[in-house]
Design a protein around this ligand. Structure first.
Ligand code: ZN
Length: 169
């Protein structure tokens, strides 16, 4: 298997139950996760660490759900933008932006992060198990209500095929 196939395989393995174990996913990808007391304006960063492996640093002052999102966002950079993680790494400010990598890639990373934490198949399962609004979804997936709301809106069409649910979105 190529490195990309292995990555996809590992991610897939961690998307079989919710809440997604994002720390376990990072570890399986050989990405070390550390917490550091960073300024409020920094969410986290990803950088080369050791022999082709990477390290993610998250802001220890942030909430648990925020840290989980930051880790997912940095994993997204690892998957999508690995070649752009230079000597200095990628550092994300509070709005998940690194000026050198550009807004389009940051939006890609945010989108991908949301799919890592709330994959469609699991959201659908949760929905069928009675998790039917964004607050409950946020709890079930251990994400902030804002992330759950955005992701549910994005996935709206998945549920629109079931007319009885349409009104909830
Ligand atoms: Zn970023």
């Amino acid at each position: 298997m190529s490195r990309d196939e292995i990555t996809v395989d590992i991610i897939d393995r961690f998307q079989r139950e919710y809440p997604v174990d994002i720390y376990g996913m990072a570890q399986a990808l050989k990405i070390r996760v550390v917490e550091q007391d960073l300024p409020d304006t920094i969410s986290g960063k990803i950088e080369h660490w050791w022999r082709g492996d990477f390290m993610i640093t998250v802001n220890s002052r942030h909430s648990r759900t925020r840290k989980r999102f930051t880790i997912a966002h940095e994993i997204a950079h690892y998957v999508l933008h690995r070649d752009l993680i230079g000597e200095d790494g990628i550092t994300d400010n509070a709005l998940y932006r690194d000026n050198r990598i550009g807004d389009i890639r940051e939006r890609q990373a945010n989108r991908y992060a949301a799919t890592l934490l709330m994959p469609k198949s699991l959201v659908r399962r949760a929905w069928n198990e009675g998790v039917n609004d964004h607050q409950a979804m946020a709890q079930a997936f251990d994400v902030s209500p804002a992330v759950a709301e955005i992701r549910l809106r994005e996935l709206g069409s998945v549920f629109w095929s079931r007319p009885q649910d349409t009104l909830l979105f």
